[in-house]
Every structure is written in structure tokens, then in C-alpha cells.
Design a protein around this ligand. Structure first.
Ligand code: OGA
Ligand code: NI
Length: 294
């Protein structure tokens, strides 16, 4: 567990940084507390997203993904790429929130009517994206410090135009939970991912020592993990952890993921626009990062 607030105050930063380095080097993820987002706001995020998924299918289809291979935004189930693919047991909405001029509002749910307000309007907008950007910078700088590199060198590689996606994951109950996965094993294509877990239903697992470990639910904490872009930036020193989501037989589960990515125009050597490569491989159950190695 990392107190994000302590990371940025001089009297406590040193001790908290040591914990952060340890977490990033061992698991590649941690639970962030004291991140400055109010409990009531986190509840609101969960509530409006759940309301959307509980709507009739026809209503949700109004912001459906357009089924072209490289389109990921909008509402959909798992994307079918090939006949032999095992589909994830999930309903999802993907939205690009940054850069601001690339938002496609036709994919933003109009119902419930406070959905867009919750995720887009000030002051929540500022609360959410500024905060995540600031936190991402603290974490990335902590990584470069621990490698004895110049503090801004990873951030400079990521470029000025941050890319951020929101992904709402809704996992309906399944009577045969041992036969399906909510999300198949994967590592994220991001620099850093923030995950707001369901308050009551556990489901996220991380792979370590060839075993699956449950990621506990900690009230109001955000799970933060590094993604493939960080693994690439650090030349494999910081590993992007493999994780999956399992299904509950009786209860639905909802999570909200926020993916921070590098500017898609910037080359993070040796790849440019990694998210495009990412999805082609993800659906085959392969690790996209393997495709980027030279
Ligand atoms: C993801 C993810 C886990 C979860 O969205 O990439 O890993 O528990 N989600 O929903
Ligand atoms: Ni993930």
C-alpha cells in the first residue's frame, strides 16, 4: 500500500519512495491510498457506470462500437477477431478522454444522464485527469530515480500530448464461473493503469511465481500497475504484470480502469502507437510486447 500524498510531501517522501520502488520491482503494482479522491466520488463513478450496464441492450447499443478492426471506442462485448478465440465474459465501454480534441461524444452514454457529467465536467474532470496525470508523473519519476537516470527522461519520451482511456468493465454473473474468464490473462498496454475495483466483489488476480494471487479489495484504494509501455521504456527492468479477472457465479462486478499512454505520435523505441499493435495480439491471447521486440 502506498500513500500517494506522502510521496509528494518532503518530510515523508523518502520513506514512501522506498516502498514504491519495492512494489514496482517486485509486483509491478500496488494499492494507492490517500490519492485525494473522495469516497463519495468513487461511489458515484461506480454507480453511474453500473446504471448504464443495467439498461436494456437496445439502449446500450446507442453508443455501440463501430465494428472495424482498429476501432475500440464505444460499448461492446469482447471483440471477435478470429473463430478460435475464447471470448471474455464481459460487457465494456471504452472511451478516449485525452487528448481533449479527440473525444468522440457519440460513444459517450447519454443514459444515465449524469454519466458524461460525472466523467467529463469540471470540477470532476479536473479532479480525475489532472490528478491521474500528476500521479503518473510522480510514479514515473520515482522509477527513473531508482534507475539513477535523469528524472524527466521517461516523461520526455512519452511526449506532451498525453493519451488517456477510460474503460468500464462489467462482468455479469455466470453459473459456470470455472469455465469462463472475465478478462483473459494480459498485461496492459499503458504506461500506468489505475483501477477502481468493485466495492464488494473480488475478481482481479495477478500472476507471480506461476500462481494466481487475488488482489484484495481495499476500501477507497486504487490499484495501480505499470503497463507494457513502461516495460519498453525501462528496457524490461520494470515488468508489466500479467493479470486476469475471474467471474462470480452469483454477483455482478464492475470496475473502472484508467489507462495512461504515451503520445501516439511519439516513438517509444522501437515502437510507435503501441495501442494499435496491442489489440491485434491481445485477442489472440498473446503478449503484444513480444511482437515489439527486436
Ligand atoms: C483491465 C483489467 C481488471 C478488472 O481493464 O485491463 O485488467 O478487474 N481489469 O476489471
Ligand atoms: Ni488489465
Amino acid at each position: 500500500m502506498i500513500h500517494l500524498h506522502r510521496l509528494s510531501s518532503p518530510s515523508t517522501a523518502q520513506q514512501e519512495l522506498a516502498k514504491l520502488h519495492h512494489a514496482l520491482n517486485s509486483w509491478g503494482c500496488f494499492q494507492a491510498i490517500n490519492h485525494g479522491m473522495k469516497s463519495s466520488f468513487l461511489d458515484k463513478m461506480r454507480q453511474v457506470s453500473k446504471q448504464f450496464f443495467q439498461l436494456p441492450k437496445e439502449e446500450k447499443q446507442k453508443c455501440a462500437r463501430e465494428r472495424e478492426p482498429n476501432n475500440i471506442e464505444g460499448y461492446d462485448n469482447d471483440i471477435i477477431y478470429s473463430e478460435n478465440q475464447r471470448l471474455d465474459w464481459t460487457d465494456r465501454v471504452y472511451l478516449k478522454v485525452l487528448p481533449e480534441d479527440q473525444r468522440k461524444f457519440k460513444f459517450w452514454p447519454q443514459n444515465p444522464n449524469d454519466f458524461s457529467y460525472t466523467f467529463l465536467s469540471p470540477p470532476t474532470l479536473n479532479e480525475l485527469y489532472r490528478k491521474y496525470k500528476a500521479e503518473t508523473e510522480v510514479i514515473i519519476k520515482a522509477m527513473t530515480n531508482s534507475l539513477n537516470l535523469e528524472e524527466d527522461c521517461f516523461l520526455n519520451e512519452c511526449g506532451e500530448r498525453d493519451v488517456m482511456f477510460l474503460r468500464f468493465n462489467y462482468y455479469p454473473p455466470c453459473p459456470m464461473p470455472d469455465h469462463v474468464l472475465g478478462l483473459k490473462p494480459h498485461a496492459d498496454g499503458s504506461t500506468i493503469t489505475f483501477l477502481l475495483q468493485d466495492k464488494l466483489v473480488q475478481g482481479l488476480q495477478g500472476l507471480k511465481y506461476d500462481q494466481w494471487f487475488k488482489v484484495p479489495i481495499i476500501l477507497d484504494a486504487l490499484v495501480i500497475n505499470v503497463g507494457d509501455q513502461t516495460e519498453i521504456l525501462s528496457n524490461g527492468i520494470f515488468r508489466s504484470p500479467i493479470h486476469r479477472a475471474v467471474i462470480n457465479s452469483e454477483k455482478e462486478r464492475l470496475t473502472v480502469a484508467i489507462f495512461c499512454l504515451a503520445d501516439s505520435e511519439k516513438e517509444i523505441k522501437p515502437v510507435k502507437n503501441y495501442s494499435e499493435i496491442y489489440f491485434q495480439y491481445y485477442h489472440q491471447g498473446k503478449r503484444p510486447i513480444e511482437a515489439s521486440k527486436i
